[in-house]
Design a protein around this ligand. Structure first.
Ligand code: NDP
Length: 344
């Protein structure tokens, strides 16, 4: 009895860190004002599927993410010129998850062919055939999310809005949105859809990480309340830079070492940014996590972010990154200020 009472009376500050910061299970957030729920961490296939990763490795990574509670897998027509969709489609078939449990996306803009209506466009002709190609490669009857991968200044926004809305009416897409559009373009699309009673865009896919904050935190600030914009954010590690692994050069097994991705090599070896990442190292050590986990948890902390799309070239990275959720409760206001000061 005495023991029980003593245990109950143990002040919070003498309990172990383990008791204070319990393992945090995956939470599901509404995609903006829509009713769709997406896992706060998700997994994407850019650079990896079809370039670094074959179907077997992709399947293993997706299974590891699923085991951690991920329900959203991100893709695009242009990734590995359609190969990424083919691989994900094959993986999904092998994994055999119930379709109702799963959220899958694709994106359109760059196209797979060279014709005047097949490249760098969001015109109706391209979009209406592009969705059919993606569904075939993914072996799906519909995708949950379809994004306009970039804005197209050569097509009236109204034409694009009507085509995206029609994909929904046809049952090929459930929700549509944009990626790397400006706040003005997103608002224009929303207002056109509202005026004509068409399906409105519900989400945007911007880059968001400790080194790319302006769009999410400043430019889009009014859109969250005004139109209920949801965010599926990309590159939480700035292509691996925020993992700290580029401190001593480019590892041979990283995306920065791939031929054709020299532009990534240049970005992840930026001396000023590498110096900032080094300042995160002691903070991560204090929190008992890796620098990657700290950087990913920092993105999840923003309540306007519906899901942080992670990337991984191997299962061990998926497992490490999913544990970023355990860091979330440790990101106090004071800790956030220290992280921001380190990377400012
Ligand atoms: P990250 O910035 O998180 O980079 C992921 C890469 O970093 C991995 O592929 C891996 O590359 C490396 N990495 C991941 N975890 C670790 C770790 N724990 N330790 C060390 N290295 C690690 O994300 P992505 O740039 O891949 O973007 C995520 C997703 O967002 C994409 O897959 C895509 O779906 C989406 N996206 C969308 C864009 C858009 O325009 N809408 C643009 C870009 C991405 P490696 O092992 O090769 O070094």
């Amino acid at each position: 009895m005495l023991c029980t009472l003593a245990a109950k009376a143990t002040p919070l500050w003498v309990r172990s860190a383990h008791t204070l910061f319990r393992k945090k299970p995956m939470q599901y957030r509404r995609l903006g004002r829509s009713g769709l729920k997406v896992s706060e961490l998700s997994l994407g296939s850019w650079v990896t599927y079809g370039t670094q990763v074959d179907t077997k490795a992709a399947t293993e990574c997706m299974a590891a993410a699923w085991d951690a509670g991920v329900n959203f897998f991100d893709n695009a027509e242009a990734y590995a010129r359609g190969m990424s969709e083919t691989i994900m489609g094959e993986s999904l078939k092998q994994l055999g998850w119930r379709r109702a449990q799963l959220v899958v996306s694709t994106k359109f803009f760059w196209g797979l062919n060279d014709g005047p209506n097949e490249r760098n466009t969001l015109n109706r002709k391209y979009l209406m055939q592009a969705i059919d190609g993606s569904l075939k490669r993914l072996q799906l009857e519909y995708v949950d999310l379809a994004f306009c991968h970039r804005p197209d200044p050569n097509t009236p926004i109204e034409e694009t809005v009507r085509a995206m809305s029609d994909m929904i009416t046809q049952g090929k897409v459930l929700y549509w949105g944009t990626s790397e559009w400006s706040a003005d373009e997103i608002r224009a699309a929303f207002e056109i859809a509202e005026r004509h009673h068409l399906h409105k865009p519900v989400m945007e896919q911007p880059q968001y990480n400790l080194f790319a904050r302006d769009k999410v935190e400043k430019e889009f600030a009014r859109l969250y309340g005004d139109m209920g914009l949801g965010l599926t954010t990309w590159s939480p590690l700035a292509s691996g830079l925020l993992s700290g692994k580029y401190a001593k050069g480019i590892p041979a097994d990283s995306r920065a070492a791939i031929k054709g991705y020299e532009w990534i090599a240049e970005r992840v070896t930026d001396a000023a940014k590498l110096a900032k990442v080094e300042k995160l190292r002691p903070i991560a050590a204090e929190l008992g996590c890796t620098v990657s986990q700290l950087a990913i948890a920092w993105c999840v902390k923003n309540p306007n972010v519906s899901t942080v799309i992670t990337g991984a070239s191997r299962v061990s990275q998926v497992q490490e990154n999913m544990k970023a959720l355990d860091v979330l409760p440790k990101l106090t206001a004071e800790m956030m200020l220290r992280i921001e000061a380190a990377t400012a």
